[in-house]
Structures are given as C-alpha cells and as structure tokens.
Design a protein around this ligand. Structure first.
Ligand code: C2E
Ligand code: MG
Ligand code: MG
Ligand code: MG
Length: 281
C-alpha cells in the first residue's frame, strides 16, 4: 500500500519534476554557450592586512552575466560546470583574466584565484598557471590559488606534487573555507600551504558565543605555529574585526571592508585604502 501511495505521489509531482528538468537543461545549455562566449566577469574583493593597515591584495570572484537572469552566483553554476566538464576551460579563463588585470595594479598587490578540485588535479593546471603568468607578465609571487579541503581528501598524493610545482613557480596556495570540510588538522602539517582562510561561519559565530571564538583562536594559533598566514572571511561588523585583531589574525576580508567590486572600481578603492594609509576601524 505504501508503494502504491508512493507511486501515486510520484505521478502527482511529475509535472513539477518536468519543469525542474527543463529548467536545468536550459541552464546547462546557457552555461555551455556562456563558456564558449566568455560571458563572465570577475569582481574583486579586497584582502586587508591588519598589521600593515593596507589592502594587500584582491580575491577574484567569478560572475556570470546571464542574458535573462542577470548575475548568477558561482555557488549555483560552479558545481554544474564541474559536472558538465566545463570547469577546466572556465577556470583557465579566470586565471588568464585575473593575472592580466592584476598586472595593471601596483606591484605590492596580489591576486587570489579560486580553483576547483577538478581543475586543481587536472594534468593541465601547472602549464595553465605558467601560461597565464607569462601572458600577463605577472610574477608568480603575486598570484595565490585558493583550494578547499575536498581537494586533499580526494587526492592527497597528487596534491603534494602539485603544491611543490606551484611553489617552484613562486605561486602561493591558500586553504579556503578552513574548518568546513572533512580534512583533519594533520593535513595542515602535511601540505605546504601559505595561508589558511577561516570560514565565514566561524567569524559569524564570534558574536554568538557558540564555541566559534575558541575555534578561531585555535586556528590562528595553529597558523602562527606552522608559519602560515591566517585570513578571516566574511567579516561584517566592527566587533568581529576587533575580536580578530585581539586574537592576532593577520588579514581580514568581508563586507565591512568592501563587497566584491568590478575591476573598474579598483583604482578608487586602492586610493581609498592605500593612498592615505588610512586604518579601517
Ligand atoms: P569563497 O572563495 O569562500 O569566496 C567568498 C564568498 O563570500 C564570495 O561569494 C564573497 O562574495 C562572499 N563574501 C565576502 N565577504 C562577505 C561577507 O562579509 N558576508 C557574506 N555573507 N559573504 C561574503 P561568491 O562570490 O558568491 O562566491 C561563492 C563561492 O564560489 C566562493 O567562495 C568560491 O568557492 C566559488 N567561486 C567564486 N569564484 C570562483 C572561481 O573563479 N572559480 C571557482 N572554482 N570557484 C569560484
Ligand atoms: Mg575563496
Ligand atoms: Mg572562502
Ligand atoms: Mg566560502
């Protein structure tokens, strides 16, 4: 009887499933087209160095200019791009574009590029990075790649080799969204990361006294002991900033400092933060 009911309810939801399937097929078609036409932009969010009291770089964040839906969030289309095998060409476009734009900034500013697990372990990664740097004339030391813990869990062996090849190009590597994946602390010891990015969920928790404060303190201490820079993501309030400063966090990033902005807005942003060496709070 349960089976019959289940079947009945399945039939009941069919039209809706149909609509969802159609919407997804449409999105797939649009994404393939967008990759072919490079219908994307990069927005940039400043990363602020707390001891230097200056912006030290920008994180490139991908935006899809969808013809009917406006800007579509990467959270929505990156997983789809991975599934459709489009992430490698898309990721290489991001690398080339970010390096080229960064080559026009003052030399002290780095650019951080997010790299998906699929792209990171693809055979083309190292040559794609080298090509993007060469084409832009950007020194490797000005590029940071951000990867998430999922890369390590799936391919610990290859990851180590890739990290060392990147280091030989002078490129730095950051562990993004730290604390949200399934890796263990011992990964931090085994892999030569330059930076740990503390996930915004822990920063948000700083005001909730839900234990996040202890985690943030522990990660900052761990980073310091392992010689890694710590960056807090998603900093939105002056209170969060003060806590992070007190704990000795190296860098912050979040709406409090600035939302991600189009490349055209960067000169004004750089002038605002670094022109007069003005402290943020
Ligand atoms: P992420 O690398 O952890 O980037 C930080 C995300 O937090 C960005 O979302 C950023 O806009 C957002 N954010 C920054 N400050 C704040 C804040 O104060 N409050 C809140 N609530 N959010 C803040 P976005 O741009 O939607 O990107 C989402 C994710 O998509 C990124 O997370 C990254 O994992 C991925 N992504 C973005 N661009 C690329 C790309 O070029 N390639 C790949 N593979 N993934 C990308
Ligand atoms: Mg990131
Ligand atoms: Mg992150
Ligand atoms: Mg994140």
């Amino acid at each position: 009887r349960a089976k019959a009911e289940a079947r009945g309810s399945f039939r009941f939801f069919e039209p809706e499933m149909d609509a969802r399937l159609r919407a997804r097929r449409e999105l797939e078609r649009d994404l393939r087209e967008a990759v072919a036409e490079e219908a994307f932009d990069l927005h940039y969010q400043p990363i602020y160095d707390l001891s230097a009291e200056r912006v030290c770089g920008f994180e490139a964040l991908l935006r899809w200019r969808h013809p009917r839906r406006g800007f579509v969030s990467p959270a929505e289309f990156i997983p789809l791009a991975e599934e459709l095998g489009l992430i490698v060409p898309l990721g290489e476009w991001v690398l080339r574009r970010a390096c080229l734009q960064a080559s026009r900034w003052p030399d002290e500013l780095k650019v951080a590029v997010n790299v998906s697990a699929v792209q990171f372990t693809s055979a083309r990664l190292i040559s794609a990075v080298r090509d993007a740097l060469l084409a832009a004339g950007l020194p490797g030391r000005r590029l940071e790649l951000e990867i998430t813990e999922s890369v390590l869990v799936a391919n610990p062996g290859t990851t180590t080799a890739i990290l060392h090849s990147l280091k030989s190009l002078g490129v730095r590597v950051s562990m993004d969204d730290f604390g949200t994946g399934y890796s263990s602390l011992s990964y931090l010891r085994s892999f030569p990361f330059d930076k740990i990015k503390i996930d915004q969920s822990f920063v948000r928790g700083l005001e909730a006294s839900d234990g996040s404060g202890h985690i943030v303190r522990a990660v900052i201490g761990l980073g310091a002991n392992l010689g890694m820079t710590t960056t807090a993501e998603g900093v939105e309030t002056a209170d969060q900033l003060q806590r992070l400063r007190d704990e000795g966090c190296d860098e912050v990033q979040g709406y409090l400092i600035s939302r991600p902005v189009p490349a055209a807005d960067l000169p004004a942003l750089i002038r605002r933060f670094n022109g007069e060496r003005r402290a943020i709070a």
